[in-house]
Design a protein around this ligand. Structure first.
Ligand code: CP
Ligand code: NVA
Length: 317
């Protein structure tokens, strides 16, 4: 995948690989500040920030795939910052009947101030960027899921302090979430140890990009080797949206389940994270995901706070 080089006129949030280290860090710190402010206000979830920093700003949210967390967190985030959103499901749009991405991008640019897209293909996201006159946000593609990993970084730092120099372990499918972790290892200077079967390894090109940019990435087929002494253990579903051959995937990936025995290889202080939705008994055992090392509920809540910081960054606030 060619990493998109940001055009000067727009701040698109496409991938961590397109951001500078300073920009990525600023977004995390802004999210910490916004979370603190939201909790201090102690109001209902429908409150609007007293400064309404995104007053008069609008966001279109296009979903070509289902979503719970991304949809609700973005909708609440823009509302709490004083802006407005419109949710567009692919099947309700002309896009779903074959209208081109380029025409859709140009039309929506006349109605809203930013577009968030959850797309089947990363190419569609890049096409939208090419034709849009407003900032575009990647809300998951088949290639990456950068908003999620920003929330993960925030969650890690809340529980375990600065992520720089820490060891993050991934066991399972080398999917879109894993790719964004590969980018994050470079942007946040942490070590990333991935355990995946060969057939499910993350894209070689992304590992190459990370290594060329100073990333400390290791790849093994043995989950124990990856998890040993880790500060955080992560996995994701073995069957992502759009994946085929679910039975084969479940069989091939079964040895990569994060269970108590695997967690015991990590530091005793290690966190367990999962972007959700989860499948207990497949990629993670119930005792781990519902156990004391799991921080999945904070991780999910942090989607709200990080979306706010991402939106503020896109709008130059
Ligand atoms: N983690 C995540 O992106 O969840 P949703 O698919 O529910 O948005
Ligand atoms: N890898 C998963 C993430 C879901 C949030 C998928 O793409 O379906």
């Amino acid at each position: 995948m060619t990493h998109y080089k940001l055009k000067k006129d727009h701040k698109h949030f496409l991938d961590l690989a397109s951001l500078s280290k300073t920009e990525a860090r600023e977004i995390i710190e802004k999210a910490k500040e916004l979370k603190k402010a939201a909790h201090a206000l102690n109001q209902s979830k429908g409150f609007v920030h007293p400064d309404a920093p995104l007053k008069n700003q609008s966001l279109a949210m296009i979903f070509e795939k289902p979503s719970t967390r991304t949809r609700v967190s973005f909708e609440m985030a823009i509302h709490q910052l004083g802006g407005k959103s419109v949710v567009l499901q692919n099947h309700d749009m002309q896009l779903g009947r074959g209208e081109s991405v380029s025409d859709t991008a140009q039309v929506l640019s006349g109605f809203v101030d930013a577009i968030m897209l959850r797309a089947n293909s990363h190419e569609a996201l890049l096409e939208m960027v090419e034709y849009s006159k407003v900032p575009i946000i990647n809300a998951l593609t088949d290639f990456s899921h950068p908003c999620q990993i920003m929330a993960d970084i925030l969650t890690f730092e809340e529980h375990s302090g600065p992520i720089e120099g820490k060891k993050i372990a991934w066991s399972g499918d080398g999917n879109n979430v894993a790719v964004s972790w590969i980018h994050a290892a470079v942007l946040f200077d942490c070590e990333l140890a991935l355990a995946c079967p060969k057939e499910y390894s993350p894209l070689e090109q992304e590992i190459g990009w990370a290594k060329n940019n100073g990333g400390k990435i290791t790849l093994t087929e043995n989950p124990k080797d990856a998890v040993i002494d880790a500060d955080c253990v992560i996995t994701d579903t073995f069957i992502s949206m759009g994946d085929e051959d679910p039975d084969k995937r479940l069989k091939d990936l079964a040895p990569y389940i994060v269970d108590g025995a695997l967690m015991a290889q990590a530091k005793s202080s290690a966190l367990f994270m999962h972007c959700l939705p989860a499948h207990r008994g497949e990629e993670v055992s119930a005792d781990v995901i519902d156990g004391p090392q799991s921080v999945i509920w904070d991780e999910a809540e942090n989607r709200l706070h990080i979306q706010k910081a991402i939106l503020m960054w896109c709008f130059g606030k």
